[in-house]
Design a protein around this ligand. Structure first.
Ligand SMILES: *Cc1c(COP(=O)(O)O)cnc(C)c1O
Length: 809
């Protein structure tokens, strides 16, 4: 049914009356939000039923993407767009005198992720559905998402993110599909008549896993896949127990509380491992519920025999967090389905594929044997056996690798190494950018690569261009479509057609004017959130991402301080005005990261209030970085800061989002920056600093001394000393921790080493910016080549190389 403004308005009025008890005239933005969501959900539900029917008849493998994080952000515009309702809904709301943006922003971001890893999972689901693949997400329905960040006197303060405070209109609770997950208890062994060992468990603690389904719609294609989020609850028979004494009653409440904690909150550490028992409980809860669910779905369609599970299902695990999928699938196949070890191992290792996201040592998950033994005794036995067989295999079949056993053993030093478990138990191990995969093969996972070379492969990350271009930047999308037609929306590689316009003056003017409009919109947002007026003609220099030492926000703020010092020395310096825009959350326990946030704020308050500086420099920190904020900043970005210490950023995806919106990258040769450079060419990107080989060589062989730079580079010494003496902030606020950390831990992220080339590169940026025509051409080249970084390309590669599936017709 095609809507007109009149019929859409009628439908809206009907929904408002039925669901909210309001008339159109009475309805506030919240009422309108729920009414529009209900209209969209109605459409989605129809397609959902049809999609499930299709998949039941289809013979393709089903993909299950298991991830502890799904950073999906808001769904309203995405769902309206995919159902073809966005335009008519916008028009209708405007005709009613309402601002659609205000209505849609009633949705609380689903912040069920920390950063890149969780956002990747969200982009992948979008591409899987839009490309008609049968693939579903499986995650946890955390009651509290990633904390909300406030800044008070320059300090980060964390507030709980109770995103479910108001009804979440996209989820459907399906209690009838609940499953039971078991923890603890005792394992008993019995000899069967045929002398095969059998295992049973007693006195386990039971947790009920209740699924909440969120529809994942494809773009204009009738596909609606499922993101299934599991909630931890008390088992049904226990929830209506009659406590016969007060102490039993309180004990009961305590018990309920501890179970509900399993899906209570998302751990706020990004690229950092937290060895808390509750975290491993979350991981097992997710994995066990998901695998039981996969098996149930398999049986409904294919009958009871699970020997062909791998022909009908493939499990992709997003990082090592769901690695217990390996022993859990083994457990179910052996203990419930009575498989032999060999048969169970064959099916398991043909079903599970693993994506590695990092080589940072602080991120590598290792769990104490004692903890796993107590919490998951049967799972521990299986991991033990996996390790025995694996090590024995090396000893006998690969004598040349015998001395590597301590480096590859799944259990070593009384710890379970989750990455090793994932590699041994899967048929595919992929990195997320070319460089990252090479580092895995040649360095971090070399012994495994020597053992299983064919398991290793690369899948460079991507982003959904439907959200990160079409939805967030409608003006640019329209300009593109006017030039090359709309095919790029379904085939983003077609963006390359824009290269034909790189000498077309009117087109370059359009690109410039769209960027300017987006800058004005961001300036307004900055004004309303911070009270600061920024210069709309300044360069918008953007670094937005989690705060981490390796991402080097510190190098960026050193550049700001350097420019400030230059201007103080020479107030008439001819400098192109700049606005530095930061947004970043630090893990609550990450002291250095919090110090950097504080430093950015204190530099900002000095720079922004200095009359002499006027509007030549402004430093803006926007609180609470999340998907919705990213959507507002990215269309206005002109410079994209991707300045991680080379070798440390596995891929990055923020780099891709900004490139796609016409920003130029200032970056190191790290992660996907290298692939961006290979496409756009050296002239359309600003590369600086140490490369990964140099960095890795310094780590291995030494030869770098941060104090030498402090003593020889006056600019560096001046900045460092300013930190020490409280030039930014009052007497009590000195940044001595940063100062000492840099000099006495020898600047482990090479901030001082890369300072000079970074400054020099920014001088080149400035010269380039002064030639606006040249700048717009660079911008066009970046948009044109960004098609490769659509997650559609990435998902096609996963589908054909790893999952071996085709789109469903
Ligand atoms: C894209 C995205 C990230 C990842 O950014 P990187 O620059 O790749 O680290 C993190 N958080 C949010 C909200 C994002 O949208």
């Amino acid at each position: 049914m095609e809507y007109t403004v009149e019929t859409f308005q009628d439908h809206l009025a009907e929904k408002l009356k039925k669901d909210r008890g309001r008339t159109l005239q009475e309805a506030n933005e919240k009422d309108l939000y729920y009414a529009v969501a209900a209209i969209a959900q109605e459409r989605l539900n129809e397609k959902w039923v049809n999609t499930r029917e299709k998949y039941k008849q289809n013979e393709e493998r089903q993909v299950y993407y298991i991830s502890m994080e799904f950073l999906i952000g808001r769904l309203m515009e995405n769902n309206l767009m995919n159902c073809g309702l966005l335009d008519i809904c916008n028009k209708t709301l405007i005709s009613l005198g309402k601002d659609p943006e205000k209505v849609y922003s009633q949705e609380h971001d689903a912040g069920l992720g920390n950063g890149g890893l969780g956002r990747l999972a969200a982009c992948f689901l979008d591409s899987i559905a839009s490309l008609r693949y049968a693939g579903h997400g499986s995650g946890i329905r955390y009651r509290y998402g990633l904390f909300e960040q406030r800044i008070i006197h320059g300090n980060q303060v964390e507030l709980p993110d109770y995103w479910l405070k108001e009804d979440y209109p996209w989820e459907t609770r399906r209690p009838e599909e609940s499953l039971t997950v078991h923890f603890g208890g005792e394992v008993h062994m019995h000899h069967r008549a045929d002398n095969v060992l059998e295992f049973s468990y007693e006195d386990t603690d039971e947790v009920r896993a209740v699924p909440y389904d969120v529809p994942v719609s494809g773009y204009h294609n009738d596909v609606v896949n499922t993101l299934r989020l599991w909630s931890a609850e008390l088992p049904e028979q226990e929830s209506d127990i009659l406590a016969e004494s007060e102490s039993k009653y309180y004990h009961h409440l305590d018990h309920m509380h501890s179970i509900e904690q399993i899906s209570g909150f998302l751990y706020p550490d990004d690229s950092q491992y937290e060895g808390k028992e509750l975290r491993i409980k979350q991981q097992y809860f997710l994995v066990s519920a998901t695998i039981q669910n996969i098996i149930r779905e398999f049986k409904e369609k294919n009958g009871r025999d699970l020997h062909k599970l791998h022909e009908k299902a493939v499990i992709q695990i997003n990082d090592t967090h769901p690695s217990l999928a390996v022993p859990e699938l083994m457990r179910i196949l052996m203990d419930n389905e009575k498989f032999s070890w060999e048969d169970a191992w064959e099916v398991t290792t043909k079903t599970i594929a693993y994506t590695n996201h990092t080589t940072l040592s602080e991120a590598l998950e290792k769990w104490p044997v004692e903890m796993i033994k107590n919490l998951l005794p049967r799972i521990y036995m299986i991991i033990y056996e996996i390790n025995e067989r694996f090590c024995r295999g090396i000893w006998f079949d690969h004598p040349e690798l015998r001395d590597k056993i301590p480096e590859v053993a799944v259990i070593a030093d009384d710890q379970i190494h989750m990455a090793r478990l994932a590699i041994v138990g899967s048929f595919s191990v992929n990195g997320v950018a070319q460089l990252h995969t090479e580092i895995l093969k040649k360095k971090e996972m070399k012994p495994f690569y020597d053992l299983f070379p064919s398991k290793f492969n690369n899948k460079t990350n991507g982003i959904t261009h439907r959200r990160w271009l079409l939805q967030v930047n409608p003006a640019l999308s329209q300009t593109i479509t006017e030039a090359i037609g709309p095919q790029w929306i379904r085939q983003p590689a077609k963006l390359i057609g824009l290269m034909r316009y790189s000498n077309d003056r009117p087109f370059l003017d359009d690109i410039a004017s769209v960027k300017h409009q987006n800058k004005l919109a961001l300036a307004e947002l900055i004004k309303s959130r911070t009270g600061i007026t920024i210069n709309e003609h300044s360069i918008f220099d953007v670094q937005i991402k989690r705060l981490h030492e390796y991402k080097r926000q510190l190098l960026n703020i050193f550049h700001v301080i350097y420019l400030y010092n230059e201007l103080k020395d020479n107030p008439s310096l001819d400098l192109t005005p700049r606005t530095f825009i930061f947004a970043a959350k630090a893990a609550p326990s990450y002291h250095m990261a919090k110090e950097v946030i504080k430093l950015i704020h204190h530099v900002a308050s000095v720079v922004n209030h200095d009359k002499e500086i006027n509007d030549k420099l402004k430093v803006i920190f926007l609180e609470n970085y999340n998907v919705s904020l990213a959507e507002k900043i990215i269309p206005a970005a002109e410079l994209s800061e991707q300045i991680s210490t080379a070798s440390k950023e596995a891929s990055g995806t923020g780099n891709m989002k900004m490139m796609m919106n016409g920003a130029m990258t200032v970056g190191t040769l790290d992660g996907a920056n290298i692939e961006i450079k290979d496409l756009v060419g050296d002239d359309n990107i600003f590369i600086f600093g140490l490369n990964s080989e140099q960095v890795l060589d310094y780590y291995a062989n030494g030869g770098y001394n941060a104090k030498d730079i402090y003593h020889t580079d006056e600019r560096v010494r001046r900045i460092m000393d300013q930190l020490q003496v409280g030039a930014f902030g009052s007497q009590e606020i000195e940044f001595k921790d940063i100062f000492y950390h840099m000099l006495y831990h020898n600047d482990p992220y090479f901030v001082l080493k890369d300072f000079d080339p970074y400054i020099e590169t920014h001088e080149l940026v400035e010269r380039s910016y002064r030639n606006q025509e040249y700048w717009q051409k660079m911008s066009v080249a970046n948009i044109a080549y960004s098609g490769k970084f659509s997650s559609d390309r990435t998902i096609h590669e996963y589908a054909s190389d790893i999952w071996k599936i085709k789109p469903v017709k």
